[in-house]
Design a protein around this ligand. Sequence first.
Ligand code: ADP
Ligand code: MG
Length: 246
Amino acid sequence: MIALENVSKRYSQSVALAPLSFAFRPQATTVLIGPSGCGKSTVLRLLAGLVFPDNGRVMVNDLQLSDANLADLRQQMGYVIQDGGLFPHLTARDNVTLLARYLRRDNEFITQRLTELSDWVRLPSALLDRYAQQLSGGQRQRVALMRALMLDPPLLLLDEPLGALDPITRYALQGELKSIFSQLKKTVVLVTHDLHEAAYFADQIVLMRDGHVIQTGAIDDFQKRPVAPFVSEFVTAQRGHVPLAN
Ligand code: ADP
Ligand code: MG
């Protein structure tokens, strides 16, 4: 079970999360969506143990996340931070394989997995020897995804993992990722600001605002049963000003 129990978090002056309780469905995809600054990345940082809550408990695999178990629990997680977070002084290949090599996985496994992952994310293998700053934003995101998937972790925390991709690559990767999530029965927490993407991936959508959860449900619930005017505003804004003709 992955859950936040009465978790609150402040950064100096600002409240990032109001006391918030939420249980993430195991082996399902939960999508966090909401305006910039509403606390989406903070939820992922808490689940990954990059920050600790001021109050309340973060539960991962039924254990309260703490300094004592963080290293072990982190090995159960693949985490793509917003903007990739690759190590700039390492090549793409070394970024992807760092943890596997540290854990002394055998070379054959690592090589085979690299090939499989670069196919999945459609990254030409020639790019694997480049340093992070020699890659475009979209290429960096694909390397960050490869790194998160390398050890096939049961829990995936993905912070706007497709935001920097061009539409064609993004469309292809959405399809690849969705089949990875469902075939491999991953527990996924994915952040996006795109309601279409949320609807495509989510078993459950969580709409946040100002550190609170405003509504949870399927896309239909947001469209047909909004619990607050803000929900309708959010849905309408996502339709855009110029609907494309079919
Ligand atoms: P989101 O991912 O939804 O855009 P975040 O979780 O990153 O939002 O941030 C939530 C709130 O916390 C915002 O008001 C943001 O400005 C603030 N915040 C996030 N990180 C920090 C930090 N390191 N120091 C100060 N304030 C922060
Ligand atoms: Mg964010």
